[in-house]
Design a protein around this ligand. Structure first.
Ligand code: HXC
Length: 258
């Protein structure tokens, strides 16, 4: 991998987008590498949570690579968007939990990749924006779709129409990030959340993720039916037997399904 770093410890993978000279901007090669890296992670039972971050102290991801996009014709632009759709969709729906550790600029494609993670934690110097309309394009890596689903429609529209950069604190206030911590604490803070998640039934967590993600694309009635079906499925697991028996026997539990 030319543009990604990965470290695995205690069932947590820290994946770092590593193009510091371009403030970790996403070119095609990086998007393809990310897709392959996530595919490999999906097949691994020893990784339960992925923390996605950017290299350096200044930028998470400063957007899609403008020096590449400047040459794209409409067909190439569409293909670029679809490559990201695949990689970001994998991030969004893979069985592992994904946390964006936003350590600086999260602009355009940077904000968009963070929104494909299950949730976001920001360092206090982080800045978010969708600057695309100022470049004469629109958010093409999910911004027009995921941002209004995450924050409200009016806030998403104002961000996309004005290109205004918002602070980490403002991102917290609008629900775009769950926590704001100092840059020094960021990765450890995310690892602590990851450890809490890993302590739970990993299979159950991945089924809950499916229920939430699929349910949000359905009407409430169908979403509730999906939930009942998936809830029923979890009744067949070893973790359910162990978790409930341990509770009734007033002893500690060991959950192992994934
Ligand atoms: C390519 C980028 C880049 C980007 C920064 N760089 N962002 N290269 N694509 N998105 C490069 C700069 O060209 C420069 O390279 C180096 O990184 C350092 O950046 P500077 O601008 O010198 O740093 P600074 O003055 O501190 O400003 C930081 C910044 C600014 C505010 C983040 O770089 C910036 O505005 N970047 C563009 C942000 C943006 O518009 N993102 C959205 C892109 S559109 P050199 O070689 O000169 O040192 C997008 C679309 C997604 O994401 C959907 C596509 C389908």
């Amino acid at each position: 991998m030319n543009n990604l770093l990965m470290e695995v410890e205690n069932e947590i993978a820290v994946v770092t987008i590593n193009r510091p000279k371009a403030l970790n901007a996403l070119n095609t090669e990086t998007i393809v590498e990310l897709n392959e890296c996530l595919k490999d992670i999906e097949a691994r039972d020893d990784i339960k949570v992925v923390i996605l971050t950017g290299s350096g102290q200044k930028s998470f991801v400063a957007g899609a690579d403008i020096s590449e996009m400047v040459h794209q014709n409409p067909a190439e632009g569409r293909a670029f968007g679809l490559k990201a759709k695949e990689a970001f969709g994998r991030l969004e729906n893979m069985r592992q939990v994904t946390i964006a550790a936003v350590n600086g600029f999260a602009l355009g494609g940077g904000c968009e990749i963070s929104m494909s993670c299950d949730f976001r934690v920001a360092s206090d110097n982080a800045k978010f924006a969708q600057p695309e309309t100022g470049l004469g394009i629109i958010p093409g890596f999910g911004g027009t779709q995921r941002l209004p689903r995450l924050v409200n429609k009016g806030i998403a529209k104002e961000m996309i129409y004005t290109c205004d950069m918002i602070s980490a604190q403002r991102a917290y206030e609008i629900g775009l990030v769950n926590h704001v911590v100092s840059q020094d604490e960021l990765i450890d803070f995310c690892k602590k959340i990851a450890a809490k998640i890993i302590d739970k039934g990993s299979y159950a967590v991945s089924i809950a993720k499916q229920a939430i993600n699929m349910g949000l694309d359905m009407d409430l009635n169908n979403g509730l039916t999906l939930e009942a079906n998936l809830f029923g499925l979890t009744m067949s697991t070893n973790d359910k037997k162990e978790g409930m028996t341990a509770f009734l026997e007033k002893r500690g539990r060991t959950l192992t399904d994934f």
